[in-house]
Every structure is written in C-alpha cells, then in structure tokens.
Design a protein around this ligand. Structure first.
Ligand SMILES: CC(C)(COP(=O)(O)OP(=O)(O)OC[C@H]1O[C@@H](n2cnc3c(N)ncnc32)[C@H](O)[C@@H]1OP(=O)(O)O)[C@@H](O)C(=O)NCCC(=O)NCCS
Length: 151
C-alpha cells in the first residue's frame, strides 16, 4: 500500500534514508527536516512495515523535485521503487506541476519513467542551497534528470 507518511513514522523513515545515506547514495535527513517536510513524503507499507519512501517537494510554480527515494535493502527488485516514483509523478500531475527533476547517482533508473538527462545549470539556483551542507560539495557527481508532464 502506498500512502502519505504519518507523523509517528518519521523515525522509521529517517532510519531508511540515513542507512542509505551512509553509503553515499542519497542525502541524510535530520528529524527537524523530516518533521517540517513530512507532508512531502509517501511511504510503501507491507505487512505493517514501512518498506520504502519518496518525497515530492514543490520548488516553484512549474517545478517539483523527487527526493529521498529509498526502498529497504531486502525488498528491492520487487517493483516498490517504481510504485513510489509513479505515485510522486501522479501527485505532481494532480498539483498541476509541469516539470519534475531528480538529482541522482542512478540516472538510468529514471529513464523508465520518462526522465531525460539535463545540464544542472538548467535548474534554478534556489535548489542548490541544500548542497552547501553536503559532504560532497562542491565535487558532486549526481546527474540531473527532468520529466515534463503532459496535459
Ligand atoms: C533505486 C531504488 C529505490 C529502486 O527500488 P526498487 O524497488 O529496487 O526498484 P524496482 O523494483 O521498482 O525497479 C523497477 C525497475 O527498475 C530497474 N532497476 C532497479 N534498480 C535500478 C538501477 N539502479 N538502475 C537501473 N534500473 C534499475 C529494475 O530492474 C526494474 O526493472 P523491470 O521493471 O524491468 O523489472 C532502490 O534500489 C534504492 O533504494 N536504492 C538506494 C537509494 C537510491 O539510490 N535512491 C535513488 C535516489 S535518486
């Protein structure tokens, strides 16, 4: 079941994200960040357990970002990540958002959803404020991918 995260699930979501962040694949998230942004988050729940999460963060009138996509290591390869990304895309459509981007180390994963590679310089400056706190700044190898929503 894919649904919006609940406030009491913040510690579980943080554990999912920060376990993966230790491997350098995604950015870690503080409890403060997660409580402030919990309304961005979708989770996938199976057998009463949170198995994955994704966030859709609105950036500007026509732009949103997919963030913090992670599926528990033992549940990977079973389509959960795909469901989470599709849910985030659906939510963006419902909001009337025209473009979604993602900064990622696995750009090939996002091709299946219609994202295409773009130059990072095409993204607005305001999105880089987070990067200053990243240990990899300024030598980050993430790729920027963009999906334009039709209709
Ligand atoms: C990326 C991630 C969320 C994918 O979750 P998942 O549940 O294993 O993915 P799915 O099972 O939904 O995969 C859907 C399809 O993508 C393919 N795929 C999975 N990982 C892939 C990768 N790294 N690169 C390319 N394709 C990939 C699968 O083979 C599958 O193809 P199929 O539909 O033809 O069988 C998961 O591997 C993860 O948590 N990774 C660590 C965190 C991370 O890197 N997040 C991305 C941040 S932008």
């Amino acid at each position: 079941m894919i649904r919006k995260a609940k406030i009491e699930e913040v510690p579980v979501v943080q554990n999912l994200i920060n376990t993966e962040a230790q491997k350098g694949h995604i950015l870690p998230r503080s409890l403060s960040y997660l409580y402030e942004n919990i309304r961005d988050f979708w989770v996938v729940e199976e057998d009463g357990q949170i198995q994955g999460c994704v966030a859709l963060h609105v950036v500007w009138e026509d732009l949103a970002e997919i963030k913090s996509l992670v599926v528990d290591m033992v549940r990977r390869g079973q389509g959960l990540g795909k469901k989470l990304v599709e849910q985030a895309i659906e939510e963006a459509r419902d909001y009337g958002i025209k473009k979604i981007f993602v900064l990622t180390y696995i750009p090939e994963y996002f091709l299946q959803f219609g994202f295409i590679p773009i130059d990072k310089s095409q993204l607005p400056h305001k999105i880089w404020s987070e990067c200053i706190n990243c240990p990899k700044f300024p030598n980050c190898q993430e790729s920027a991918m963009l999906k334009v929503l039709e209709g």
